[in-house]
Design a protein around this ligand. Structure first.
Ligand SMILES: Cc1cc2nc3c(=O)[nH]c(=O)nc-3n(C[C@H](O)[C@H](O)[C@H](O)COP(=O)(O)OP(=O)(O)OC[C@H]3O[C@@H](n4cnc5c(N)ncnc54)[C@H](O)[C@@H]3O)c2cc1C
Length: 430
């Protein structure tokens, strides 16, 4: 079968991108290993950035799709003793209904969905020209999108076919953390969200209808359960019956720095589009799908599928969204790599302020002015090592942000740009 465009993976990013391109009149084939009715199933309660809808053009959830507007947000120190109100809002949405709405909109415009497990990309003459499935089907298109989430089923196989997105490894084990969520009544008012920096390398949260654990590294299920249970006991959360639970890998890093090859693009978790402070990839992926749909529309109209032509997607995403995500990932490393004792001190002495947390969550640059540094220096004088580390890393976090904002215009300068990125990253990891 030959179509204009193949999208592998019908998660939020794949479905939205497919629906938008079908709406523009293209013949789009969407493939997923799961049946249509299951798509979006585990995500009956997801947290989304409020700007997701204005940035993507998706109509804001209403009725059953909108669970709560969380506009009272509190961050707690590791012991739970210090509580900071944060001026930051999110939406709690029924993700299953949202995804099914987007899919239905695509189908109104003749979007084709086929349930099939994709095995590998088809590569001919240095370009991706289609996919083959586990059951032996072959689908052809001049443009193929990998939206298969952390499976990265196409992206990871490009190298074997002679195409490489980067000369650095595409993914490392340390690029993944975990999210573990239990749906239950929690007794919190309908608009409140509480986050506790109570676990080294992560946090636990409580919203009106779920509790959960987010970590920058992987743990076996029993250990993740034990950490969440420990938090329930420590903070004396009174929770109701658990009606569902989910645990899975989430990327924790900056976005894939090159997301395109001839005839190919990656989006969503498959391109590490994630706000790694919160483990939220849906908003970042939908914004990516918006930009990719716009660029793909032009590429298909011009019938130019080269890496040079697709580069515009890299350029726009990295400058408009990637810089924020990379900065957030640096903030994750700053906030979550400290010991609990240091975090308690940082909360108590306002080395980590409510404004700092709000900025980190929203991807905005922290106030790093000499006056702020001086004030924090006075408040935190008892722990000079911590202050020095924070200041030093904040400096590199700003560099990282500016580096993404200066993403290269063409593939020619990319290798040099990427090498410099790795140098910045080494400083942040120290
Ligand atoms: C427990 C948990 C809670 C989370 N909560 C939130 C939250 O509240 N807010 C938020 O923003 N993010 C949350 N996340 C992260 C979020 O789920 C992901 O970032 C998001 O789903 C990524 O969307 P995507 O479209 O890129 O990929 P996915 O949603 O992972 O979709 C990928 C699709 O590809 C399909 N696929 C994979 N391999 C193949 C193959 N070989 N052939 C065919 N199809 C294939 C899969 O079946 C799947 O449907 C959570 C993650 C977890 C694990």
């Amino acid at each position: 079968m030959k179509v204009d465009l193949i999208i592998t993976g019908a998660g939020f990013s794949g479905v939205f991108c497919a629906a938008e391109l079908a709406r523009s009149g293209w013949n789009v084939l969407l493939l997923d290993s799961r049946p249509e009715s299951e798509l979006g199933k585990p995500y009956t309660s997801i947290m989304l950035d409020v700007d997701t809808f204005s940035k993507t053009g998706i109509a804001r959830p209403q009725g059953d799709e909108l669970l709560h507007l969380l506009d009272q947000f509190y961050a707690y120190s590791p012991s739970g003793r210090i509580k900071k109100p944060i001026d930051f809002s999110s939406l709690l949405v029924n993700g299953y209904l949202l995804l099914q709405r987007l899919l239905a909109q695509g189908k109104e415009h003749a979007l084709k969905f086929v349930q099939a497990k994709v095995k590998a990309p088809l590569i001919e003459n240095g370009a991706v020209v289609g996919v083959q499935t586990e059951d032996g089907q072959r689908f052809h298109a001049p443009l193929v999108i990998d939206a298969s989430g952390t499976a990265q089923v196409l992206g990871l196989q490009l190298k074997a076919g002679g195409l490489a997105l980067s000369h650095h490894p595409l993914t490392l084990e340390t690029d993944y953390g975990l999210a573990y969520r239990r749906l239950c009544e929690t007794g919190l008012p309908a608009n409140e969200l509480h986050i506790y920096f109570a676990v080294e390398g992560g946090y636990v949260w409580r919203s009106p209808n779920d509790i959960g654990l987010g970590l920058s590294y992987w743990l076996e299920k029993e250990e993740a359960e034990a950490r969440l249970n420990h938090a329930i006991q420590t903070f004396d959360w009174k929770i109701g019956e658990v009606t569902a639970e989910a645990m899975g890998r989430v990327p924790v890093r900056y976005p894939l720095t090159n997301m395109v090859a001839p005839g190919f693009a990656a989006v969503g978790d498959a391109a590490f589009m994630i706000n790694s402070v919160r483990g939220g990839g849906i908003s970042a992926g939908l914004k990516g799908a918006r930009i990719l749909a716009d660029v793909a529309h032009e590429v298909l109209s011009e019938k130019r599928y080269s890496q040079d032509r697709l580069w515009e997607y890299n350029l726009r995403y990295q400058r408009e969204v990637g810089a924020q995500l990379a900065y957030q990932d640096a903030m994750r490393m700053i906030l979550m790599n400290e010991t609990s004792a240091n975090m308690e001190f940082a909360f108590e002495k306002d080395i980590v302020t409510a404004d700092d947390i709000r900025s980190s969550l929203g991807g905005k640059l922290l106030d790093f002015s000499p006056m702020q540094k001086l004030q924090k220096g006075l408040r935190g004088a008892a722990n000079p090592g911590l202050l020095l580390r924070f200041n030093n890393k904040l400096h590199w976090a700003h560099d990282l942000f500016n580096h993404f904002k200066a993403y290269p215009e063409t593939p020619l300068e990319y290798v040099q740009w990427e090498d410099h990125l790795h140098q910045i990253q080494e400083h942040l990891k120290q």
